[in-house]
Design a protein around this ligand. Structure first.
Ligand SMILES: Cc1cc2nc3c(=O)[nH]c(=O)nc-3n(C[C@H](O)[C@H](O)[C@H](O)COP(=O)(O)OP(=O)(O)OC[C@H]3O[C@@H](n4cnc5c(N)ncnc54)[C@H](O)[C@@H]3O)c2cc1C
Length: 458
């Protein structure tokens, strides 16, 4: 499909322009392939550290003329092989696009370059009283987060990247640069290309600037935990919380195995039972009111007390443990590799889906902790296997297929937030049916030579 001679020709041409900023060193190339899960590392042939929109445009012109794959790279924290280069080509490292360009306090928006990470952005905003809420756990780049339509722990309150990107500058496959959206909160002007680009996984264009919605830092933040006797009891508490409209900011669940993993990894001492972690954002009064209502719900479903606190250190420790949950799970079997899963179901189906999944895990003899952004009906199972345990990898692939089928049957999706990449492409048609053909047509209209991140999504 792609000719190595053409790829080499593109690299030789680009080397003349980028000199030292084009690397073919094997460690740099490997680091720009997939590194986070069991999906094999497929490094690009070269990595270019671009600095400006004009440079991205020049790279894509060369790649388009020579039919050389071009893969945008944020921080490489994606979980479905998104940054792999299965056909070789060049990785375009966007980390030098690291400037916050403007912050408009009155309008609660900011324009940033795509290599700014979410932590950098919030550090920059610290003294403004504003923050950017999307929090995928990893310190991902804003460009990568937009490209994967990321969400995470805060989505139940603030939405996902699709709700928080107002506009973009994008370089297309042929090197043209376009702008989508703008700074206004609403627009009915033509097709919504911003929403199309959010979640396009680097297959339709390379984002070189983004305008984001910001939010006011709440007056008060309080967090809490409650253990439950069963997964169903915890899920029922979640469902009731959402159905009653308690404006929860974060609502996460860990199964007993994941609690054990976090206890060991983050030196905690939590009961090894299904656990809900919550956070409330608001005024002093509203947070107290929300916590009291949530506590009443917990009382109906659990004999264990709901502990809550507005002590920032306690809160940070708990959420740090939650953010480290992936690495904590890996540590359950030293040397093991993980198989990321990411289903999302309508909230009323959550208990059925998780319970059936646990029965499946037990029957298949897997070590597979569960953690979820359950306020959105989204949860991850992380089956573990040693890299050379082929039988176990096979069992896990079958399990993943059953998990996805279960979610689709319940009206859900094969990916709530990680995206399709390579890992989920086998499920896309099951979920989308004929719509995949239209997605293919859109891809061809944007990128007729299929140079942008080929081998992903489809
Ligand atoms: C510990 C851990 C926890 C995680 N938890 C969550 C979670 O809770 N929720 C969640 O949503 N995700 C989660 N993730 C996954 C990951 O953080 C997200 O997918 C994130 O959005 C990827 O951002 P990145 O900058 O690392 O992008 P990369 O991995 O570098 O790239 C991801 C994709 O975006 C494309 N891309 C990158 N930059 C651009 C650009 N400028 N223009 C166009 N395309 C671009 C790439 O080509 C690739 O297809 C987690 C990952 C880890 C390691």
């Amino acid at each position: 499909m792609f000719d190595q001679k053409n790829i080499q020709q593109a690299i030789d041409t680009l080397k003349q322009q980028f000199g030292e900023r084009l690397s073919t060193s094997s460690s740099v190339r490997q680091q720009h392939g997939h590194t986070t899960t069991r999906i094999s590392n497929q490094p690009p042939d070269a990595v270019i550290f671009a600095k400006t929109t004009d440079e991205v445009s020049a790279i894509l012109r060369v790649c388009n003329q020579t039919s050389c794959p071009a893969i945008a790279f944020g921080t490489g924290s994606s979980l479905e092989g998104h940054v792999n280069a299965p056909f070789g080509g060049v990785s375009i490292d966007m980390s030098s696009f690291d400037k916050v360009l403007t912050v408009n306090h009155e309008d609660l928006d900011a324009t940033v370059q795509p290599g700014v990470t979410r932590e950098d952005l919030n550090t920059y905003l610290r003294d403004t009283g504003l923050f950017f809420p999307i929090d995928p756990g990893a310190n991902a780049s804003i460009g990568g987060m937009a490209a994967t339509r990321a969400s995470g722990t805060n989505a139940v309150r603030y939405g996902t990247m699709k709700d928080n990107v107002l506009g973009m500058e994008i370089v297309l496959a042929d090197g043209r640069t376009i702008r989508t959206g703008g700074r206004s909160r609403k627009s009915a002007a033509g097709y919504d290309l911003t929403r199309l680009m959010v979640g396009s996984e680097g297959t339709l264009g390379i984002i070189t600037e983004l305008t984001l919605r910001l939010h006011s830092i709440p007056d008060k933040i309080a967090g809490g935990i409650c253990s439950f006797p069963t997964i169903r009891a915890a899920c029922n508490a979640v469902i009731e919380t959402i159905q009653l409209g308690i404006p929860i900011a974060r609502l996460e669940m860990l199964d007993p195995l994941h609690v054990r993993a976090c206890n060991a990894y983050s030196q905690l001492n939590l009961p090894e039972k299904p656990l809900l972690l919550v956070e409330f954002h608001g005024t002093s009064d509203s947070v107290e009111d929300d916590a009291a209502r949530f506590s009443d719900i917990c009382d109906d479903h659990s004999p264990s007390p709901f502990h809550w606190s507005d002590n920032p250190d306690e809160r940070k420790k708990l959420w740090k443990a939650r953010h480290d949950a992936l690495w904590a799970a890996y540590a359950l079997i030293p040397g093991a590799t993980g198989f990321a899963t990411d289903v999302c179901v309508p909230i009323s189906k959550l208990a059925d889906c998780i319970e059936d999944t646990i029965t499946d895990i037990e029957a298949a003899g897997l070590t597979a902790p569960i953690v979820g952004h359950v306020g959105d009906g989204n949860f991850h199972v992380l089956p573990l296997a040693m890299p050379d345990d082929i039988d176990m990898h096979h069992k896990i692939s079958e399990f993943s297929g059953r998990l996805t089928a279960r979610s689709l049957k319940l009206g859900g999706t094969c990916t709530g937030e990680h995206g399709i990449g390579q890992g989920k492409s086998i499920y896309l048609r099951d979920e989308m049916g004929e719509a995949v053909e239209i997605m293919n047509d859109i891809k061809t209209a944007f990128d007729p030579k299929n140079i942008l991140n080929p081998g992903k999504i489809f």
